[in-house]
Write a protein that binds this ligand. Structure first.
Ligand SMILES: NC(=O)c1ccc[n+]([C@@H]2O[C@H](COP(=O)([O-])OP(=O)(O)OC[C@H]3O[C@@H](n4cnc5c(N)ncnc54)[C@H](OP(=O)(O)O)[C@@H]3O)[C@@H](O)[C@H]2O)c1
Length: 244
């Protein structure tokens, strides 16, 4: 069990070491977030699904890898029990896991099983995790939820003619952010959507401008910023506002 009073850090509003659950840490941005938050002295619960995930091999006493498939409620409940064996509360939830198997597929060739899978992972998955973790977050000092969204989910800036499943899933995730803020805001929660920029990850393009580590590092300050009201609810790198 993590002691109630951890060494103070500059990053925890309670003076305790912050606790964060990050989903989708097998690769890409999720794995980069693990490195960023560990370097900033957080206790990190890292959701993994791949056998041999890098997080299961990292040797750090403040890293607790937990198997977590965000499409499977039982898996999420089991992960929550594992987290509760270490701590009675969570300060921050980062819903990072996502997939994008349908980019560029035109309307006539859409496979609706794939479209439903994308919606299930990218839009319903984070809601499942939030539902199961909200009790732990209520007991946390931070009460913060960050949904990894995308510019592809912005309705006002939409110029694409495809990416149906992915774009629809991120727009749905954005309205989820607003609904959760409305539901939980009075309890002191802050719920955000964040766009990490185009990254060189399994999902992103090999020629994208950003490494996932640069994105994680530049999202850290707005994600953990204490001047809550200064942070736009939908933001990109360095906390710059995004249009819904
Ligand atoms: N890459 C970009 O340019 C970009 C741009 C805008 C937004 N984003 C968003 O940023 C987030 C991270 O993307 P990324 O580029 O880092 O992608 P990535 O490298 O493909 O990583 C996504 C992670 O999610 C995991 N995952 C997939 N399905 C899951 C499930 N059912 N349960 C738990 N984990 C699951 C993957 O695990 P496995 O690999 O083991 O399947 C992987 O670790 C995503 O939400 C994405 O939509 C990315």
């Amino acid at each position: 069990m993590i002691p109630a009073t951890m060494p103070p850090t500059a990053h925890s509003p309670s003076g305790k070491r912050g606790t964060v659950l990050i989903t989708g840490t097998d690769s890409g941005l999720g794995l980069a977030f693990v490195h960023t938050f560990l370097a900033e002295n957080w206790i990190v619960f890292a959701g993994w699904i791949q056998t041999d995930s890098p997080v299961t091999h990292m040797d750090n006493p403040h890293l607790i890898p937990v198997f977590l498939d965000i499409t499977d409620l039982e898996s999420i409940k089991a992960a929550r029990s594992e987290i509760m064996a270490h701590t009675p509360s969570l300060d921050l939830l980062i819903n990072n896991a996502g997939i994008n198997p349908d980019c560029g597929i035109p309307l006539e060739k859409l496979d609706f099983d794939v479209v439903q899978q994308v919606l299930n992972v990218n839009a319903v998955g984070p809601l499942r995790v939030t539902q199961q973790c909200v009790g732990l977050l209520r007991k946390g000092a931070y009460k913060r939820i960050v949904n990894l969204s995308s510019e592809a989910g912005s309705i006002i800036d939409c110029r694409r003619k495809s990416w149906f499943g992915y774009s629809m899933s991120k727009a749905a995730l954005n309205i989820q952010t607003r609904l959760l803020q409305n539901y939980l805001g009075a309890e002191g929660f802050r719920v955000y959507s964040a766009h990490p920029g185009g990254m060189r990850t399994g999902m992103g393009s090999a020629v994208a401008g950003l490494s996932p580590q640069e994105s994680a590092n530049r999202l850290y300050a707005p994600i953990t910023g204490f001047a809550d009201n200064d942070i736009p609810q939908f933001f990109e790198l360095d906390g710059k506002p995004m249009r819904w």
